[in-house]
Write a protein that binds this ligand. Sequence first.
Ligand code: HEM
Ligand code: HEM
Ligand code: FE2
Length: 463
Amino acid sequence: MRYRSQSVAYWYFAVAMLLFGLQLAFGMLSAIKYLGPDPLINVLPFDKTKVIHTNLLIVWVLTGFMGATYWLVPEESRGELHSTRLAYVQLGLWVAMGLGAVVSYLFGWGTGNKLLEQPLPCKLAIVACMLIFLYNVGMTIRKAGRFTTTEAVLLLGIGSAAVLYLPALIHYHNYTVAIFYRWWTIHLWVEGVWEMIQGSFLAYLLIRLSGADREVMEKWLYVIVGLVFIAGILGTAHHYYWVGVPSYWLGIGSVFSALEPVALLAMAIYAYNAMRRSGLAHPNVLALHWTLGSAIFTLFGAGLLGLAHTMPSVNKWTHGTLITAMHGHAAFYGAYVMIVLAMISYTLPEISRERSERGSSIGYWAFWLQVTGMFGMTLSFAAAGIGQVYLERILGLGYLDTQLKIQVHFLMLIATATMFVVGAGLFIWDFFRRAPNFQLSETSETDAPAIGLRTAPEPAPLR
Ligand code: HEM
Ligand code: HEM
Ligand SMILES: [Fe+2]
């Protein structure tokens, strides 16, 4: 840690870890209900456990993004955060909002639009948190007077994510209109501006872990952002096939969403090449596992499994089935969970006591159990989804009859999810088992390293 105020990242990460654990508890509860009978049906039915599961995911991943940004910006801009107090006020409000939303779902209060169910006061709290966050980060960069490309892409991602949340504040009476604008938030988040956030964390980590040339890495970041924009924006139309809008969206959706994996392929090649050409410049091999893992798993979960059901000829059968859940898990995990865990793994030796720079064996177990578990969960959802599409949509069997026939796949889901939960539990345990330690380090990214490693060149300020 080179700047005292970077310590706020630790508390954001700690909150993210606790909410990650809670998210998984509600995921397990949702899965077990598929096996029935459900003794909790009157208190905690599936709709409540699922909404809590997905909302906690979004909240903790965003908490991770915020913590990682508060870590990254002082280091890139070479100056302390504008205000640590504001960062803690933001965290307090954010936690109150997250827990408030969970409690309100337990009572059945919410605004109903999938993934954007937060009650209005929670939505307003989200807007307030984003404003504080953007102000604090913006002022930090202004004061320091140094703005790197990595930061520019990160800020573009965070700023646009905040703006794209605004359509979610409006209540629409017409269901088609509601669905139409819902995707401006959800799709443009996960297949647009969040990818910029992922891309900038990837660049930050690869420059440090591989010692790859900053100028080259940042140039490629522009290319990736360009590709995301070209395909991602009009790719939104792959959600407009069956929602009651004109049929020209079918063609637009097919062409542009089919191009989306190109950006993800570029990202994976980018990460692999940085490693292959520049080698290893940092002892933290565990963080490297998460970083490369994120690029590769995204290509699999979002690129390949997204492509698998993005054409109207396929999507007319698979829309809204467990095929969507298959892709949703693998894509979200690869792109956003793994990149947050990469940032945490990278910072952990610097913000907690008595840790080896290389990562502990618990850390490696956590990585492999999670990756294997999530791969298994993806296959389980896929097998269940294919069965569901065939029986329900092609043979015309009733929804519940179909569910009975595919129950066996939920046994496999629960077995593989258990493996995942052990991996995630180990990660969380590894995070908390050492006390935090906020001592400033003597060496910097560009100082001569003690381990005979290559160093990244000084970045040129943009202004
Ligand atoms: C990191 C990137 C991505 C993430 C996190 C992600 C996540 C998700 C999630 C959570 C859903 C379900 C949304 C809902 O029903 O509310 C979804 C749906 C969908 N995704 Fe992605 N996705 C990503 C990238 C992609 C890409 C690149 C493609 C296409 C090439 C794609 C194609 C689709 C399609 C077609 C659906 C609609 C499924 C349906 O009709 O039920 N996704 N995605
Ligand atoms: C203990 C591990 C987990 C279990 C057992 C689990 C189980 C489930 C279940 C049963 C559903 C409802 C599917 C349906 O609508 O029928 C669901 C939805 C979802 N889960 Fe998980 N989950 C787990 C972990 C995760 C993780 C780590 C992520 C993030 C990467 C995640 C992301 C999602 C998403 C995005 C949805 C909504 C999918 C959709 O729109 O179709 N889950 N999960
Ligand atoms: Fe999409």
